[in-house]
Design a protein around this ligand. Structure first.
Ligand code: IZC
Ligand code: ZN
Length: 434
């Protein structure tokens, strides 16, 4: 077909369902091919006095040009009031579905008892396992829904969520089923990860291999019911060794799962080179990464998923983000929302911490919290940027620019959140007047 005709046909047949106009600044990561690495993370496309257009839940156009041809009497017009708009944020590492909370360990933590010591003594993850086993499915659904509401309110439109608080089939499935129901019912999309190897139950201490075999034995049910895309393992001192991780992740790969790994959170055991070798989508945490790990990631497309809220909350070291960017790694940022080491759904606060402690620039942070995050959960072709045919997930802030959101910290600057072109959060609706 003649390309002019094609354009004309498109224009005639493509009136927008929704136009957001008068956007002061519209930001979206600058994408070429693969994940955005190193200094390219600092390049973001910026449009001023811009618009975006949505049809059928997807972006059909955006930018600074004239959009009048996209409008008819059925087009909803929204005025962004000169404010900032970004793609919906992607939180690519969370443990959002879990029972209960661990505030009773807070005093112990404040007195300086390390996270891994609490775990070794049978607390930590093991406490949450007990609470997740005991809570009803409905209770688990309601607790997790509340967390997703918070997340959405902070501009997050896609999350990754892990199981791992059952360590036996029934409760692992309960977590994953709740997650699937929430994915279907809640505006936030959830990308599911099976993490049956999150901690080693005490009764298996003398025979780790039989626990790993038990977890591998759960793959069939998880796969059959389509409950997880990824498999993850906690490769850490006091949890699982590199050999354990290789054994489990190899089996997961053969089963057709995509891979993730918790690596170098406290000790650099060698989980990062393993992630590269097995072509995992991401290696997560990396606070204790060494040169060998940096080198391995630099020669790969594995996303280095940094979780600075955890460093903040455990009062521990931060991942060497600047060194990673200099070495050309592709970074993502995630909240790691979980009841032990990062009990907060405030993803914007994670981004504040990334600015202050990881010394990442505003543009690097945006890239890490959108496109690269989507890449690490295999969604880079549908979310994480404003681009034609991508899901129309976006955030309107009560702010004029992105650096302000990072600078004016611990405040929710989100005004409205749209998921597939539908307004799902209106944070600034007042119910009182003075
Ligand atoms: O519940 O403590 N690090 N897993 C690995 C966690 C933190 C979650 C938790
Ligand atoms: Zn985690």
């Amino acid at each position: 077909m003649n390309s002019k005709l094609l354009k004309r046909t498109l224009r005639d047949g493509m009136k927008a369902d929704l136009i957001v106009k008068n956007i002061g600044i519209l930001l979206t990561p600058k994408v070429t091919k693969g994940p955005i690495k190193g200094k390219d993370m600092d390049c973001v496309e910026t449009y001023q006095d811009a618009f975006l257009a949505v049809k059928g839940g997807k972006f059909i156009d955006f930018g600074e040009h004239d959009f009048s041809s996209l409008i008819d009497e059925n087009t909803e017009m929204v005025d962004a009031g000169g404010k900032l708009v970004t793609p919906g944020l992607v939180d690519s590492h969370t443990h959002v579905v879990h029972g209960g909370s661990r505030e009773y360990e807070f005093e112990q933590k404040m007195r300086g008892v390390p996270y891994l010591d609490i775990l070794k003594a049978g607390g930590g993850i093991h406490s949450t396992v007990k609470m997740t086993q005991e809570i009803s499915k409905e209770g688990l659904y309601q607790q997790s829904k509340k967390s997703l509401d918070f997340m959405l309110g902070f501009g997050v439109t896609t999350v990754e969520g892990k199981s791992g608080y059952g360590l036996e089939l029934e409760t692992e499935l309960k977590q994953l089923e709740v997650q699937k129901e929430l994915h279907e019912n809640h505006p936030v999309d959830i990308v599911p990860t099976f993490m049956g190897a999150h901690a080693l139950p005490k009764i298996y201490e003398a025979d780790r291999r039989s626990f790993l075999d038990k977890v591998i034995g759960m793959f069939d049910e998880v796969k059959k019911r389509n409950l997880a895309e990824f498999v993850d393992i906690f490769c850490e001192d006091g949890a699982f060794s590199v050999e354990d991780s290789r054994y489990l992740l190899d089996a997961a790969k053969n089963y057709g799962f995509k891979l993730k790994i918790h690596a170098d959170e406290v000790v650099a055991l060698g989980g990062v080179p393993l992630a590269v070798e097995l072509k995992a989508h991401s290696a997560d945490h990396l606070m204790a990464i060494n040169d060998e790990g940096l080198e391995a990631l630099a020669n790969s497309d594995v996303i280095a998923n940094l979780l600075p809220s955890t460093s903040f909350y455990l009062n521990s070291t931060y991942a060497p983000a600047r060194k990673m960017i200099e070495r050309g790694l592709a970074l993502a940022l995630s909240s790691d929302y979980n009841p032990g080491s990062s009990p907060s759904e405030n993803f914007l606060f994670t981004l504040n911490i990334a600015a202050i402690h990881l010394k990442m620039s505003p543009n690097e942070i945006l890239t890490a919290a959108t496109y690269n995050a989507a890449y690490g959960i295999d969604r880079a072709d549908e979310v994480g940027r404003i681009a034609k045919s991508y899901k129309a997930d976006f955030v309107i802030y009560d702010a004029l620019n992105w650096p302000y959101v990072l600078y004016h910290f611990a405040i929710n600057h989100v005004k409205d959140v749209y998921k597939m072109g539908v307004k799902v959060i209106d944070n600034k609706r007042k119910i009182w007047e003075v």
